[in-house]
Design a protein around this ligand. Structure first.
Ligand code: 8Y4
Length: 271
């Protein structure tokens, strides 16, 4: 089982490997296992420290897919990557059966956007020895952007993540990362506040994993569709890095890796 190596002051980059035919930020370019494997190896060569593979679209308004379909997309890619990839792979799923199959096929980390709210997901991580990324989401993808309301979004997300970390730790899960879930049941201002106050979430003492890449809030602020959001993505990743994000999950690995090298070098001179 591969593990991430955290170096103080180094922001790791996680490359996104979408294996959904409808992944709109990639324009639905999914062309099967071979191109997914090539894309993963390309991201590794560009400096990705890990790869996140997902077969179920979790974009706002999306419908769930069945286990068979999700497995048919994800498992062949994981099997083809085993032995080819030198960096850890996370599998983006909420399904315990898929999580177990994925770890058997070579995944090292389970990335659950539902925050391991299903005890069977905690058990999947505990019994396989995989790491865990527990993300905060208010509601479910189909309805989450309807009208999310918080009294204090940062405090609520922090409290939720503290509880998930405690549950995972109690079950014996070793490598736990926490994620405030940018864009998942949050308004524009909620997303901005969570990034601005990320240091408060960091105080929980767990590595922080952040996904801002090409997300809607960037389009709301700076205009453009998903393909026009690289500059905004880099700005958001730099702000996350500045506040202590350990990993940023991005589509554009080469560009974001370079941005993190510069951001981290500046942060290193703080006194
Ligand atoms: C354009 C491109 C617009 C992509 C929206 C999107 C996260 C995640 C996703 C995250 C963790 C996405 C699977 C949503 N986001 N997992 N997954 N954290 N842990 N939307 O922020 O990229 S998918």
């Amino acid at each position: 089982m591969k593990e991430l190596t955290f170096k103080p002051g180094k922001t790791l980059v996680c490359g996104i490997l979408n294996v959904t035919p409808d992944s709109f930020s990639d324009g639905g370019k999914w062309k099967g296992t071979d191109s997914a494997v090539l894309h993963a190896l390309e991201m590794q060569a560009q400096g990705a420290d890990m790869i996140d593979i997902g077969g179920e679209s979790s974009r706002p308004g999306s419908e769930p897919v069945g286990l068979e379909e999700e497995a048919a997309r994800v498992i062949p890619v994981l099997e083809a990557l085993a032995g080819k990839l030198n960096v850890p792979v996370s599998v983006d799923t909420c399904k315990p059966a898929l999580a177990r199959l994925a770890v058997k096929a070579g995944a090292d980390i389970i990335n659950d956007i539902a925050g391991f709210s299903d005890p069977a997901m905690i058990e999947a991580a505990a019994s396989t020895g995989a790491g865990a990324i527990a993300m905060h989401m208010k509601g479910e993808p189909r309805t989450m952007q309807a009208d999310p309301v918080y009294k204090d979004v940062t405090a609520e997300v922090k409290e939720y993540l503290a509880g998930r970390a405690a549950a995972l730790k109690a079950a014996g899960v070793k490598n736990i990362m926490l994620d405030p879930g940018i864009g998942f049941g949050k308004t524009l201002v909620h997303n901005l506040e969570l990034i601005a106050r990320l240091d408060e979430v960091r105080a929980l003492g767990y590595p922080l994993f952040l996904g801002v890449s090409r997300k809607n809030f960037i389009g709301r602020l700076a205009g453009g569709g998903p393909e026009d959001r690289l500059a905004g993505t880099i700005a958001a990743c730099v702000m996350c890095a500045e506040r202590g994000a350990d990993v940023v999950r991005v589509h554009d690995v080469a560009e974001c890796r370079r941005a993190m090298l510069v951001a981290d070098a500046i942060r290193a001179e703080r006194r």
